[in-house]
Ligand binder design. Structure first.
Ligand code: F6R
Length: 248
């Protein structure tokens, strides 16, 4: 696990956006598609801002980009202000030239009986696209990646999960109260995240310091699913100073 500490989230985010842009351009030169695993939440917002800026000012095109988002609340309607579909449109897709046919986000509107098949197909689509070239991750204070909460194993599949109480508490403000936060979500499993050829994890702010310390230096265990990243050979953790303060 490589960790890099930046003076600000802004500087770290620009570095991540550069890496993504380089990947997209390299792939485009070879006539190939770049396959990106994307995250929602506050952590990647500045990365998406920078990618939008690169599209508008530097001519970076997303025509050859395929994306798979990590997760979506369940149940969730795509038009809801709380949906990750809406989040991705407002914070990235509406501002770039991506073909929406190449965008994949877990479907929060499914009938419960159809979720298992949907999840298997989601992983199949990632494989058919050639696998994830890069996976962008944030970390929850429970140590979740995607919505793989404590107890999620290293080989866990894409599936319907129950959100941890702390995760729901952290989401409560955005939902106007804990009671409005969904209890479940559909998430890419740890197994498929670990198959990404490159993983970029980011954590900003002192609220993440403790879990970042456990992720990078703690015992590898399903008690903190992010610790499985210690076993991946191509992960970089991007931090600002406050998020890095528990590192030895
Ligand atoms: C979001 C996701 C989550 C978040 C994590 C951190 O798609 O999969 O794992 O990355 O909960 O959230 P923020 O960035 O809001 O602190």
């Amino acid at each position: 696990l490589q960790t890099l500490t930046f003076d600000s989230a802004q500087e770290g985010s620009i570095e991540i956006a550069r890496e993504i842009a380089d990947l997209i351009r390299d792939k485009a030169e070879k006539g190939e598609k770049a396959v990106l695993g994307l995250a929602t939440g506050s952590s990647p917002l500045k990365v998406y801002d920078e990618l939008i800026r690169m599209h508008k000012e530097d001519g970076l095109s997303f025509k050859n980009v395929v994306t798979f988002n990590l997760d979506e609340y369940y149940p969730m309607q795509p038009e809801s202000v709380h949906s990750y579909v809406r989040f991705m449109k407002e914070n990235l897709f509406d501002h770039i030239d991506i073909d929406m046919k190449n965008v994949h986000i877990p479907d929060g509107t499914l009938d419960i009986k159809d979720i298992y098949a949907f999840c298997a197909e989601y992983e199949q689509k990632i494989k058919a696209a050639g696998g994830l070239d890069i996976q962008i991750l944030g970390i929850g204070r429970t140590g979740h990646i995607g919505f793989n909460e404590p107890g999620s194993t290293e080989t866990s599949r894409t599936r319907l999960v129950t959100l941890d109480a702390l995760t729901r508490k952290d989401a409560a403000a955005g939902f106007g109260g804990l009671d409005n936060v969904p209890r479940r979500a559909i998430t890419m499993g740890v197994g498929i995240i670990m198959k990404a050829r490159r993983i970029v994890m980011m954590a900003w702010g002192s609220g993440k310091a403790q879990i970042v310390g456990r992720m990078t230096e703690g015992e590898i265990s399903d008690k903190v699913p992010a610790t499985f990243l210690q076993k991946h050979e191509n992960v970089t953790v991007f931090l600002d100073e406050p998020a890095s303060q528990e590192l030895t």
